[in-house]
Design a protein around this ligand. Structure first.
Ligand code: CP3
Length: 343
């Protein structure tokens, strides 16, 4: 039982006293307290794979910022690693895969991840967090959507266009579907392990949804997200497909409870496209948090007014940026907590 179960009630579309709030990428990045633990761990991957330290930075934003949920500290790229394609995290540059997937033989070499064997450290971290939170707030588990993971595995790192990954979809759909299916099966097993270890809700991040055409998105991303939603049955699911405004109508039929909106998406238009049964999460432009407290408050209130009270989870439209002042993040959080819909 949770003392604060606002997130879970909002996800279920139930009545809430106030709208719950958390931030994508709240664990890490903005808190000096995070950087201190990261120093101690000597790097991102060591931090993510040491359950006690991963648990510590997961709980920091709950204690220091007052968010209504914790999200487990890990990364979406642990799945390719568990499938046999390891990554390195380069300081200030982001993730990099020394080997990439080029041929069908490369796909055949990869395994469907066995999370109990290769990702046990995430399960351990979840169990520690669950016990230390002691029901204060719900715990969110997560994974990348198959298309976004595929994009990194083909491209080898970040990219503005992900043109190598898109080229693979156009030139070798057979290889593409085979790899997407392997990622999907790995992800279902991984998310179910997270649920067994204490995750109360899971979020699927399709960070690179917006670079696909609507037709490619319907063929190469949504069917796999659907399989994941069908394969993880015991907790509510959030699908955040950044940039996929064109797919919202189709997403109405996904068996998930919550859809994340980015800041390009119009709130009322999105509600109309998604129908009455989905809770919406989002969608303040993260850059609003660079402005002064009065502006942050005004913009946050305008956003809440448009969302309405029921079926809403307040968040940013993408992850919080590393150079944002934690005090400004608190203004956003406190504005949501204090907002009254009858005003
Ligand atoms: O949300 C949270 O606070 C939980 C932790 C979390 C991380 N990564 C930790 C992390 C989550 C949910 C992610 C998801 C993730 N990782 C996504 C999807 C969400 C999104 O932002 O679109 C993606 C695309 C990645 C891949 C990734 N990991 C990149 C591109 C980078 C480098 C740049 C960056 O975003 O900081 C990472 C590194 C990473 N993952 C860091 C953290 C805290 C920073 C690394 C560090 O501390 O050195």
């Amino acid at each position: 039982m949770h003392k604060n179960d606002l997130l879970l009630r909002a996800a279920a579309g139930q009545d809430v006293e106030r709208v719950p709030v958390w931030l994508m990428r709240q664990a890490g990045r903005i808190l000096p307290e995070y950087r201190a633990v990261r120093e101690k761990a000597k790097g991102f991957i060591q931090l993510a794979t040491t359950p006690e330290l991963a648990a510590e930075v997961t709980i920091q934003p709950v204690d220091l910022l007052g968010v209504d949920a914790a999200i487990i500290f890990s990364d979406i790229l642990v799945i390719p690693e568990a499938m046999g394609l390891p990554y390195v995290m380069e300081e200030k540059k982001g993730p990099h895969f020394p080997e990439t997937v080029k041929t069908m033989a490369d796909v055949d070499k990869l395994r469907v991840a066995d999370p109990e064997e290769h990702l046990h450290y995430v399960a351990s971290a979840l169990r520690i967090v669950k016990s230390e939170l002691n029901g204060r707030v719900p715990l969110i588990g997560f994974a990348g959507a198959p298309w976004t993971i595929f994009a990194y595995m083909i491209e080898g790192g970040g990219s503005k266009t992900f043109s190598k990954a898109k080229k693979m979809l156009y030139t070798n759909p057979e290889l593409s579907h085979k790899l997407l299916q392997k990622i999907t099966e790995s992800t279902i097993a991984y998310l179910n392990m997270q649920v067994r270890s204490g995750a109360d809700l899971v979020q699927i991040f399709d960070s690179w949804a917006g670079i696909l055409s609507p037709a490619q998105y319907s063929t190469f991303s949504l069917p796999y997200i659907k399989q994941i939603c069908e394969g993880v049955t015991s907790v509510p699911k959030t699908v955040f497909a950044k940039g996929a405004f064109f797919a919202l109508e189709e997403m109405q039929n996904l068996p998930c409870q919550v859809i994340g909106l980015d800041w390009n998406m119009r709130i009322q238009e999105s509600r109309k496209s998604l129908g009455p049964h989905k809770t919406l999460q989002g969608n303040l432009d993260p850059c609003v948090l660079y402005s002064d407290p009065a502006t942050i408050k005004k913009e946050t209130e305008a956003m809440l007014k448009e969302f309405g009270k029921r079926g809403t989870i307040a968040n940013l439209g993408h992850g919080v940026y590393p150079d944002i002042d934690p005090e400004h993040v608190k203004v956003f959080i406190n504005t949501v907590k204090e907002y009254r819909f009858d005003q």
